[in-house]
Design a protein around this ligand. Structure first.
Ligand code: ZN
Length: 180
């Protein structure tokens, strides 16, 4: 089984005025990610929403020592962006896996691995932001857990073009991911 994984495609990382926004390049991936969510669910495949979700003054998270406050639970900043949000609303509940996270990797401190395994999911198609931060860290953990990785090049974005290129080449050459 396969799953589309939408990483951190939320207002604080994507929308104008988001706390840590990647801005326009991220917004340009909206059509691609929304269409992918529709396609995956139409074919009976799964859609994973792996979004940052922090408590206010989240002193436990090391990210909070490095970045300004973002993705506070219950705020608009923590909600999915744009057309992707609408597309995910239409995904049947039994094909949707929600996995809030508070670290870069979608696997760190979450139940995502068991949620994937109990559904027989072996192939992960990664989208979202940022290519060289949360996408990369999720890919590293997925690699170590034995998943087959596909990186959707039109669906991953970073504010840092150099980091984006490095992460794509690292995931391809070192993690054995297929960049599609
Ligand atoms: Zn965070």
């Amino acid at each position: 089984m396969k799953a589309l994984v939408i990483i951190d495609y939320v207002n604080d990382f994507v929308a104008d005025g988001g706390a840590l926004t990647c801005g326009q390049p991220a917004q340009e991936a909206d059509d691609y990610i929304a269409a992918a969510a529709a396609d995956f669910s139409k074919d009976g495949n799964f859609v994973v929403i792996a979004s940052d979700n922090h408590q206010k003054n989240d002193r436990r998270s090391p990210e909070y020592r490095l970045f300004p406050a973002h993705c506070i639970e219950g705020t608009a900043g923590s909600e999915l962006y744009g057309k992707t949000r609408e597309a995910v609303r239409k995904v049947p509940e039994d094909l949707l896996i929600r996995s809030d996270k508070c670290r870069y990797s979608a696997f760190a401190g979450t139940h995502l691995d068991i949620k994937l395994r109990e559904r027989g999911i072996t192939d992960l198609y990664l989208t979202g932001v940022c290519t060289d931060i949360c996408v990369l860290h999720t890919a590293v953990d997925a690699y170590n857990l034995g998943y087959t990785l596909f990186i959707c090049e039109k669906g991953v974005v970073s504010f840092n073009p150099e980091g984006h290129r490095f992460a794509l080449s690292h995931m391809k050459n070192i993690l054995g991911a297929s960049v599609i």
